[in-house]
Design a protein around this ligand. Structure first.
Ligand SMILES: [Fe+2]
Ligand SMILES: [Fe+2]
Length: 378
């Protein structure tokens, strides 16, 4: 499970997005035991809009209209009804794409046999811990989103696939403390530069919708917006790839921040903010460990939370102390966050995002912001 919010602490009125723009995604829970229902509600209620059904039939009937993100299903509740509901779900094209996570005490009911219809289902054994459940939901939903990439134009599909696979490799290498490969990372960002040059990046943005690896999604969005920004400068493809790579790597340190803090929907305390701000140091350390890395990539990670008026972090740099590329990164990062959707908050439309960013006044480079706005609107 990855970060759901981007912690733009210096944005006016957006100290924590979840409190202001709640838009939790719908999850069905099919269970008939009050104790278990209460437990699941306690685990997920803050993050998702949990709709409870005590029998599979009524859940199925509601599924057509409401199209939940996923259904969590107690095995006993469903097997009591002979598993026919699951068969119906698997065979009806209007709802077969809705993944079922079947939660059980350890025995498999008849409906788990599967019918080869390709419906996406998973099995989870109790006791269920919160991290395990969130991770399972994230993987299940992301898998479904990644399947849908096949329907996108080839260039967008290739970009999403390459960069998702590379992001997984980066996360594994960071977790295991093994070296990252500079040329592999750059190569994975190459197709994105092509997409932006051919004006196909809207399909990449589309493909990211609902994906639950939130750090991957945010990193991709910043990579896209850095590339779009770069286009306004009429630069070469290799320079564009460099800025895309910088955007892709700018928050890589979030891999080392506790998921419980990154994903916390409530207000963060001082210690938690501290840990989140630390992602910049983590990113710098990870990027520094890449042999032969271009200093621009480090600069983007280092300066994307700095603000022209000195209100940013980690160094509280002022005005010209912030490199022009650092200012571009700050704009791309804030815009990417404001216009992104998460399981529990709405995205702002670009127009509103730009007006919020204009209100940030001296914190952002307003001249560059105008340039970015025209590049985005082209
Ligand atoms: Fe960041
Ligand atoms: Fe970011």
């Amino acid at each position: 499970m990855q970060s759901m919010h981007s912690h733009q602490s210096s944005m006016p009125g957006h100290e924590h997005p979840s409190g202001e723009r709640p838009s939790r995604k719908l999850i069905f829970l099919i269970d008939n035991q009050p104790n278990r229902i209460q437990k699941t509600r306690a685990l997920l209620g803050d993050l998702y809009d949990l709709r409870v059904f005590e029998d599979g039939g009524s859940a199925l009937a509601a599924m057509y209209d409401l199209q939940p993100l996923i259904a969590l299903v107690d095995e006993r509740t469903l097997s009591k009804q002979g598993g026919g509901i699951h068969r119906t779900k698997c065979n009806d094209k209007r709802i077969k794409h809705i993944p079922f996570i079947i939660m059980s005490d350890g025995h498999e009911g008849p409906f788990l046999a599967g019918d080869g219809s390709g419906a996406i289902d998973h099995f989870l054994k109790r006791p269920i811990k919160i991290n395990m459940l969130l991770d399972h939901i994230a993987r299940t939903v992301s898998h479904k989103v990644e399947k849908s990439w096949e329907k996108l134009p080839h260039a967008a599909h290739k970009t999403l696939r390459c960069m998702a696979d590379q992001f997984d490799l980066i996360a594994k290498a960071v977790a295991n403390n093994t070296p990252l490969d500079k040329s592999q990372i750059t190569a994975s960002c190459n197709p994105l530069a092509d997409c932006v040059r051919e004006n196909q990046h809207k399909y990449v943005l589309l493909g990211l919708r609902n994906h639950h690896n939130f750090t991957y999604v945010h990193s991709m969005r910043v990579a896209i917006f850095m590339s779009v920004f770069a286009q306004a400068y009429n630069i070469s493809k290799s320079e564009m790839t460099l800025l895309a790579t910088g955007g892709y790597m700018h928050d890589v340190g979030k891999i080392l921040v506790a998921q419980a803090i990154l994903n916390k929907p409530g207000k963060l305390n001082d210690n938690e903010w501290d840990e989140i701000r630390h992602h910049v140091e983590h990113s710098i350390a990870i990027i520094n460990s890449i042999e032969g890395v271009n200093p621009i990539i480090r600069l983007i990670a280092e300066q994307h939370h700095e603000r022209l008026d000195g209100s940013g972090y980690p160094n509280g740099l002022n005005g010209l102390e912030i490199n022009e590329i650092g200012r571009m990164a700050a704009i791309a990062d804030v815009f990417a966050s404001l216009t992104d959707e998460s399981p529990y908050r709405h995205a702002f439309d670009p127009e509103t995002a730009f007006s919020i960013m204009k209100q940030m006044g001296p914190a952002l480079d307003q001249h560059l912001l105008t340039l970015f706005q025209s590049a985005i609107s082209d």
